[in-house]
Structure formats: structure tokens, C-alpha cells
Design a binder for this molecule. Structure first.
Ligand SMILES: Nc1ncnc2c1ncn2[C@@H]1O[C@H](COP(=O)(O)OP(=O)(O)OP(=O)(O)O)[C@@H](O)[C@H]1O
Ligand SMILES: [Mg+2]
Ligand SMILES: [Zn+2]
Length: 456
């Protein structure tokens, strides 16, 4: 099976989706026979630059053009579609960067076309040409032979020297709208005798971020994955995405300070082996997509900014989970801290922090952890997470906190806060509690004997 995006390369301007301004431009200029000798097609990947270059080379050489569209049935159109038409030459500057290729073009350009009306040179990613090659190209552009047309495609117009830009007609390709891509996907699925729900197609369109090629690649994965109709759930599953309800739940848990739920969501993501970066991207998209319906715009924008900073930071972090957990709990804290200027106006509605529960079966340490997590004034998350990585034994008024070799950092954090910690414990029991903090040495066995509470 040939890849979908090759199979469905637009063959006429009518088949090209989006890019209305480009289509209109060529409709007019072909009608008036005002053809430029050099075009620059600039714009994002997979939006139709190469396709348009081929359509244009066909219509200029077509034996029976259909208005401004090529017929696709004459021998010239067929040869161009098959990539073996002598007068249409495609060159990929990403792999042929040198001056030799351009010199060849320059020399060949002086000969008349063999079987068509125009010699068309399509140079892809031409910003990657070497300086010498650019200069040679520039010479050719200065005095182009009557029958020669250059189509220079690039995803990086800013890398192209002004001297070249000023000699060419620059056409800016745009990202294709989600709506256009959605319809395109539904149509192509239909042509393939398959069904895809509109919601599912919409998600693909969103993920493709304006590129038709990416959209078709995603669709192809989905068609391979299932034999049945493709639903929103299939897309979420196979692309490793997240349910909208989960995204909503996550954001609300930050706003409401529901720490327990935040940690539960975090654990779910990691336990399922999903990527936290994808999750954060999805949350950001969710906020953005619902920004018009926002009940509190400044709050939503602030959290989006915080989450996008976190996304950047997490990309380069080794311990993504800890960084993620610390930050989301911190955000939750900030939105629920009375002193915070970002405080939601609906003060009364905000769920207040639960005080540590007093169930008798609960260990002293879990109460302390609860307090650390839920403290109103100044939540000490560093201490919380450090303790989570310890083995802690409780015996009357004596607490032993033990760290394994790999938890040196955690050990140091707890060690530096031992006085505060002792205070927490003592406050809870109402008498003096002694804390002993140890770093791994040989007493691991002894610890085990002493009825260890393993917290993680
Ligand atoms: N505007 C479009 N309409 C319909 N299909 C498109 C469009 N743009 C891209 N495609 C699909 O993506 C494939 C690749 O498109 P094309 O080669 O024209 O993109 P490009 O802009 O040249 O990308 P690149 O910058 O990566 O070279 C096409 O074969 C087609 O399936
Ligand atoms: Mg291309
Ligand atoms: Zn034709």
C-alpha cells in the first residue's frame, strides 16, 4: 500500500485544500498569461508547496488545459505525474547543496524545452544551497531565458538572501485550517471505504497543526490500527492522547486545590506509561480551545503560562515525575492561598485544605505528610517529597528516618529541616519526639527488623 499522503497528492488546483490566495493568484495569472520566471513558495511543511509546483508545471505544459487546471490525461501531464518529463526538473537542495548542480541547471536552461512549452526547475528547500550555488542561481535569475521558470520552495524564507527574494515572486503558503483538514480527512477515509467520526477527524486535524501531510500520516496509522469505524476513543488510544474529561478534571483540581486528585492523575499518567509532555501539551490546547468560554480569563491565561513554562522545564529534566508533582501542587497551592493576588474571586467556593485526619490507625508520619502537603501558610513540598523517599519507623516517641544510597539529596533536605520536622511530630503527639535521620550504611537489616513502614 502506498502511503496515503503520496496517494492523495492534489493533481489540480481544485484538489488543493486551503491556500485560496495561491489558487486565485494562479487562476488570474494563467488566464492573463502573466507568468513570472521565478517563484518562491514559502511556508510550513506539508501544506502544498511541492504539489502546487507540480500542478503549475503541468498546466504550463499541458496539451489540453482545463481553464487554469491541467488535464492530467495528456502525455505531458502523465509524464510529469510519473516524474519522467524531460522539461520538469526537480532538485532537492537538502541533499544536493552544491554549485555543480546549479551550474548544470544554468547551462541546461539555455537549451529550448524538449517536448513542452516551458522548462521548469523545482528546487526544494533551496535555502540550504551553498553560498556559491546561491550566487550561480542568482546569475541565472538575473537574465532568465524566455522559456525557463524557477520554482524555489522553502520552509525557511528568513535564510534566503534578499538578492534572491527581490528577483522572484514570493508566494506565502499558510497552515491549513483545522476545519479544512477535518473535512479532508473525512473525505479520504470515505474514498478508502472507511468511516471516521467527525470528533475523531477533528482530533487528528488538531494534532496535525496545519499540515495536511501530517494529518494523512496520522489517519494512515489509525486505518491500520482498526478494522471498524474510527472513533474518538481510537484516536485517543492510538495517539497516546488524553480524554477531555481528564484534562478538565486536572485543571479544576489545580483551581480547587485538590492535591489528592492531582497526585492521583499524575500517578495514572505515569503508571500507564504515557508521556507527561504530551499531557501538558493537551492541557494547554484544552485551555486554549476553551478560552472563549472562560469564566476567569486572567486565571486561565496565568495557568497556561505556568504550565507552558513547566513543559519547557520538564523536557530537559531527568526526574520528570517529581518535577511535575512539585509544580502542580505548587500551582494548586498558589490558586488557593488567600494572600495570592491571582486568587479566584469566588473565595467562598474554594475548597479549604483538609486538616490532617485523625484516624487512629494512621501512622504519625502520614499525618505529618498530610500536614506538609496541606499546610495553609507555607507548604514545604521539598520536605514532603524527600520524606516520601524514606523508610520511616516509629517507636513510641522515637522516629527513625532512613535513606537509601540513591536518595542523598532527599537525605540532605530532611537533615537540613530536622528541627522543623521534630516540631511537627511533637505538636501532633503533644510531647517531645526525637528524630533520627540516617543515610544508608550497614544497618539496613536492623531497620527491617524494627517494623519498617515503607512509604513508597
Ligand atoms: N494544500 C493541500 N491540499 C491537499 N493535500 C495536501 C496539501 N498540502 C499537502 N498535502 C498533502 O501532503 C502531501 C505533501 O504535500 P507537499 O509535498 O505539497 O507539501 P510541501 O509543502 O511541499 O511540504 P515540504 O515543505 O515538507 O516539502 C501531499 O501529497 C498531500 O497528500
Ligand atoms: Mg515539498
Ligand atoms: Zn495535460
Amino acid at each position: 500500500m502506498i502511503t496515503l499522503y503520496r496517494k492523495y497528492r492534489p493533481m489540480t488546483f481544485n484538489e488543493l485544500i486551503g491556500q485560496e490566495h495561491i489558487k486565485k493568484y494562479f487562476e488570474k495569472s494563467i488566464e492573463k498569461n502573466e507568468i513570472s520566471h521565478a517563484y518562491i513558495f514559502s511556508g510550513p511543511r506539508g501544506t502544498g508547496k511541492t504539489s502546487t509546483a507540480r500542478i503549475l508545471s503541468k498546466v504550463l505544459n499541458c496539451k489540453n488545459p482545463n481553464g487554469h487546471n491541467p488535464c492530467n490525461t495528456c502525455e505531458n501531464c502523465i509524464a510529469i505525474n510519473n516524474g519522467n518529463f524531460m522539461d520538469v526538473i526537480e532538485l532537492d537542495a537538502a541533499s544536493n547543496r552544491g554549485i555543480d548542480e546549479i551550474r548544470k541547471i544554468r547551462d541546461a536552461a539555455n537549451f529550448r524545452p524538449v517536448s513542452g512549452k516551458y522548462k521548469v526547475y523545482i528546487i526544494d528547500e533551496f535555502h540550504m544551497l551553498t553560498k556559491e550555488a546561491f550566487n550561480a542561481l542568482l546569475k541565472t535569475l538575473e537574465e532568465p531565458p524566455e522559456h525557463v521558470i524557477f520554482i524555489l520552495a522553502t520552509t525557511n524564507l528568513e535564510k534566503v538572501p534578499e538578492t534572491i527574494i527581490s528577483r522572484a515572486q514570493v508566494l506565502q503558503f499558510k497552515n491549513i485550517t483545522e476545519n479544512d483538514i477535518t473535512n479532508h480527512i473525512i473525505n479520504i477515509a470515505k474514498t478508502e471505504n472507511r468511516n471516521i467520526t467527525e470528533e475523531a477527524a477533528k482530533i487528528i486535524a488538531r494534532k496535525a497543526k496545519g499540515g495536511a501531510r501530517d494529518a494523512l500520516s496520522l489517519l494512515e496509522q489509525l486505518l491500520k490500527f482498526s478494522d471498524n469505524d474510527i472513533t474518538q476513543n481510537d484516536v485517543i488510544k492510538i495517539l497516546g492522547l488524553f480524554d477531555e474529561n481528564l484534562l478538565k478534571d486536572f485543571i479544576n483540581s489545580i483551581y480547587n486545590g485538590n492535591n489528592e486528585n492531582l497526585l492521583k492523575i499524575s500517578n495514572e499518567i505515569f503508571n500507564e506509561g504515557k508521556e507527561i509532555e504530551v499531557f501538558l501539551e493537551e492541557v494547554l490546547e484544552y485551555i486554549f480551545n476553551n478560552i472563549e468560554k472562560s469564566e476567569n480569563l486572567s486565571r486561565d491565561i496565568h495557568i497556561a503560562k505556568k504550565l507552558s513554562d513547566l513543559l519547557k522545564e520538564i523536557k530537559y529534566s531527568e526526574n520528570k515525575k517529581i518535577l511535575f508533582d512539585i509544580n502542580i501542587l505548587l500551582f494548586a497551592f498558589e490558586y488557593n492561598n488567600v494572600q495570592n493576588p491571582l486568587q479566584h474571586t469566588n473565595l467562598n467556593k474554594i475548597t479549604q485544605y483538609k486538616e490532617a485526619t485523625t484516624s487512629t490507625t494512621e501512622s504519625l508520619t502520614s499525618k505529618v505528610l498530610n500536614i506538609l502537603l496541606n499546610k495553609k501558610e507555607k507548604m514545604d513540598l521539598g520536605l514532603y517529597f524527600a520524606l516520601k523517599n524514606a523508610k520511616i519507623t516509629e517507636k513510641d516517641d522515637y522516629i527513625k528516618i532512613f535513606f537509601k544510597k540513591e536518595n542523598l539529596l532527599e537525605y540532605q533536605i530532611v537533615k537540613s529541616k530536622s528541627t522543623i520536622l521534630e516540631l511537627f511530630y511533637s505538636n501532633l503527639t503533644k510531647h517531645l519526639v526525637k528524630i533520627d535521620i540516617e543515610y544508608e550504611d550497614n544497618n539496613d537489616d536492623e531497620m527491617r527488623k524494627n517494623n519498617i513502614i515503607k512509604l513508597f
